[in-house]
Design a protein around this ligand. Structure first.
Ligand code: NAD
Length: 413
């Protein structure tokens, strides 16, 4: 995680570049922050509603390429200016800060453009669709004085605070292995993430060219536009949808850099729909003296989501939505369990720290010009780990960091 000192260093570097950039309006504690939303789909609207719950926040602009989504957003923020093209929104002097909740393949474009336009930024995860994008975004952030929060909300969780404390207190010891998992289920015949295509989803109502952003699709495809998560051109599958959240907080808890290598096995096992991305997988990320394993399935939800940090002095067990094998109850908790062989302390501890509201943290940092909880550095490292897994899967082999960093766009398509 970028330290405050590093952040101030970046901000300092940004000052030279900032003379070339539009200056952000100085915002005091009581000033209203005027936000714009790019991508008013499911998550964008959730983010917007969360943002509007905070004091002194006004949404002044929305950009979405689908008229239906603009109409729906208008019902929530009737006074906001509606745009088709996000670049027009970014030109507006009335917008201080931007939420970017577009499909994955568009993250880099609007990330970089928002910073160049002098806007503070909340950019949904995964930070980017590919590794060159992650490099570009990190560079853009280092050359900017804007405040950037990545939509990796586990970075604001109470569980992370508890885990960091137990690790700092020496309770966990040396961790050689982290086992993580995430599982969901859907009704038989309905694949995970598949959404119906509305009747007005056609070229008259959707700016297909702006969606494609240079990708070569011969003609409008409403299924692909609505269900972009299923296709490599626009998505990284479940590794960029969910693994990234878990890997990001593992990176912070254990202060990890980039994996040395990655492998991933799996396939489309659950529903043979039109998807390209696998629905079942096993990922291994090799860090120095540490293996992080993550497995996922979409046809059984029994184990929910969780991580076990397996230390020689103790285990950190985090579960969320998992089903108790005996009682059948769902539970969310973080627990510390000592390893008696190296740790005479036998006390089991329950985490009690409270979550911080991730969106509120962004606004607070905009006012104080501080580093938010989910830094660009964390976004960069977690994105690269996720893309290494996908590259290994696509190439059917273990891939090294050096090979992944050199991979060109074709490797992701
Ligand atoms: N942090 C989280 O927990 C979390 C949860 C869900 C989704 N997400 C992320 O949020 C993002 C959006 O996911 P979603 O489920 O809302 O997708 P979605 O398809 O529902 O919404 C995307 C919206 O972007 C619009 N769009 C597409 N191209 C555009 C362009 N060029 N300019 C402006 N708008 C454009 C679409 O019309 C659509 O309204 C993804 O990156 C996803 O991974 C994060």
């Amino acid at each position: 995680m970028t330290t405050r000192r590093e952040f101030l260093g970046q901000a300092g570097m940004g000052l030279a570049a900032a003379t070339l950039l539009p200056t952000a309006r100085a915002l005091g504690a009581n000033d209203r922050i005027r936000i714009g939303l790019i991508g008013a789909g499911d998550r964008g609207m959730e983010d917007l509603k969360t943002a509007l719950k905070q004091p002194n926040i006004e949404c002044v602009a929305i950009a979405d390429i689908y008229s239906r989504r603009r109409d729906m957003a208008k019902q929530v923020v009737p006074n906001a200016t509606m745009y088709d093209d996000p670049m027009k929104l970014l030109e507006s002097k009335d917008v201080d800060a931007v939420i970017n909740a577009t499909p994955l393949h568009l993250h880099t474009k609007y990330f970089v453009a928002a910073l160049q336009a002098g806007k503070d930024l909340y950019s949904e995860k995964t930070m980017t669709w590919d590794i060159p994008g992650a490099v570009e975004c990190r560079k853009a952030a280092a050359a900017s004085k804007q405040v950037v929060q990545i939509g990796l909300q586990h970075e604001s969780s109470g569980e992370l605070k508890d885990a960091l404390q137990w690790i700092k207190d020496g309770k966990v010891g040396k961790v050689c292995s982290v086992d993580a998992w995430m599982s969901r289920n859907t009704p038989i015949g309905k694949g995970q993430w598949v959404r119906p295509v509305p009747s007005d989803c056609d070229p008259d109502h959707v700016n297909w060219k702006l969606f494609l952003d240079g990708r070569k699709e011969p003609k409008f495809d409403g299924f692909k536009y609505i269900n972009w998560r299923l296709f490599w051109e626009f998505s990284g599958g479940n590794v960029t949808e969910n693994m990234v959240h878990q890997v990001a907080w593992i990176i912070t808890a254990l202060d990890l850099d980039l994996p040395k290598s990655a492998s991933m096995m799996g396939g489309v096992f659950s529903e043979k729909d039109k998807r390209q991305v696998p629905d079942t997988m096993m990922v291994s990320l090799e860090y120095p003296d540490l293996l992080v394993n993550w497995q996922s399935t979409f046809s059984n939800s029994r184990y929910g989501l969780g991580e076990h940090f397996l230390g020689d002095k103790g285990t950190i067990q985090h579960v969320s939505g998992s089903t108790d094998m005996v009682t059948g109850r769902s539970q969310s908790s973080i627990t510390y369990l000592p390893e008696k062989v190296n740790n005479p302390e036998t006390t089991v501890l329950k985490g009690e720290s409270k979550d911080t509201d991730h969106m509120a943290n962004w606004f607070e940092c905009i006012r104080d010009r501080k580093q938010p909880n989910a830094s660009v550095d964390n976004g960069y490292k977690s994105a690269i780990a996720a893309h290494m897994a996908n590259l290994a899967y696509r190439q059917k082999r273990r891939i090294t960091l050096e090979e992944a960093m050199a991979a060109k766009m074709d490797a992701y398509l």
